[in-house]
Design a protein. Structure first.
Length: 297
């Protein structure tokens, strides 16, 4: 159905006068008459009828008018929304690892909104493990994700934006509890609470233990670093985890890892094959600008 014809119909229905309607629409009266005839032919019913010098809606026209107005209003709202997005407003769907949710992501989002206080920009925040975030990104549920480095085979674009130390945590009273730092080889004899397969850290910790010269004794596996910390606090084993404020609340011995050296990097990831709205691009540029000052990345 021709959208211009719908607009002509609504205008004529409002004014009930062909000449006035044509003038306001900036078209000729014959063009308006032709449009209304085409619309009536397509619908199969008359929309207007003459009553003396007046033009009035038929009962079919009255019924169709509400639907036409709703359709045009919906279209106009959609166009307006897209135009605002093109000007830098809109929604940013951000996914990130839960460990980044206590400070890093809120600080970035708050700073970005403060710098763009005059714009109508909104965030949707989602947390998941790395694989879930990457799946959501590729399924177009997220615009950007911040997670561990994705496999190159996925064809995604990833830039390091921040990093986090890995530490060894042990229960109180453990033989290593009095140490301030430790060679990871010294942790090999003890039972481990470990990241399960599919976690972004599983391969990282596997690689660290391989570099330390052995394989860990895995007693328990789970996906979440916070759960691992809780299990260690209750004596289920020791664990290599990212440093996080939660560890201080659990009152756990926290040991620096002197060897092998490693810092966990986090990457801002997007799909370069998908159009990036201006608001999303502006936030990505903001994050990269902040990360540029961290020369250790």
């Amino acid at each position: 159905m021709n959208l211009d014809y719908l607009r002509y119909f609504v205008k004529l229905a409002e004014l009930r006068h062909y000449t006035k309607a044509a003038q306001q629409l900036c078209i000729t009266q014959p063009s308006l008459s032709h449009a209304i005839r085409q619309l009536e032919t397509e619908l199969g019913v008359p929309l207007f009828e003459k009553t003396g010098r007046n033009t009035t809606l038929t009962r079919f026209g009255e019924e169709f008018l509400e639907s036409a107005k709703q359709a045009l209003d919906t279209l106009d709202m959609g166009v307006s929304s897209l135009q605002r997005s093109a000007q830098g407003e809109g929604l940013i769907r951000l996914g990130f690892l839960r460990t980044l949710g206590s400070d890093y992501v809120p600080r970035l989002a708050a700073g970005f909104l403060a710098e763009n206080s005059g714009e109508n920009i909104r965030f949707e925040f989602h947390t998941d493990r790395t694989q879930g975030l990457l799946d959501g990104l590729m399924d177009r549920h997220y615009d950007l994700v911040i997670c561990s480095e994705p496999s190159r085979e996925l064809g995604l674009e990833a830039v390091p934006v921040t990093q986090q130390d890995l530490v060894l945590i042990v229960p109180k009273g453990h033989p290593l509890a009095s140490r301030h730092c430790v060679d990871l080889a010294e942790a090999l004899p003890y039972s481990q609470v470990y990241f399960s397969k599919g976690s972004g850290l599983r391969e990282v910790v596997d690689g660290l233990f391989a570099a330390a010269g052995g394989k860990p004794r895995i007693a328990y596996e789970t996906e979440e670093d916070q759960v691992i910390a809780g299990l260690v606090a209750h004596g289920f084993g020791i664990a290599v985890v990212p440093y996080m404020d939660l560890l201080l609340k659990l009152d756990l011995p926290i040991l620096e890892i002197s060897s092998p050296p490693y810092k966990r990097k986090f990457f801002m990831v997007h799909d370069g094959k998908v159009f990036m709205p201006p608001a999303v691009r502006a936030f990505r540029d903001y994050v990269l600008e902040k990360a540029a000052g961290e020369t250790h990345l």
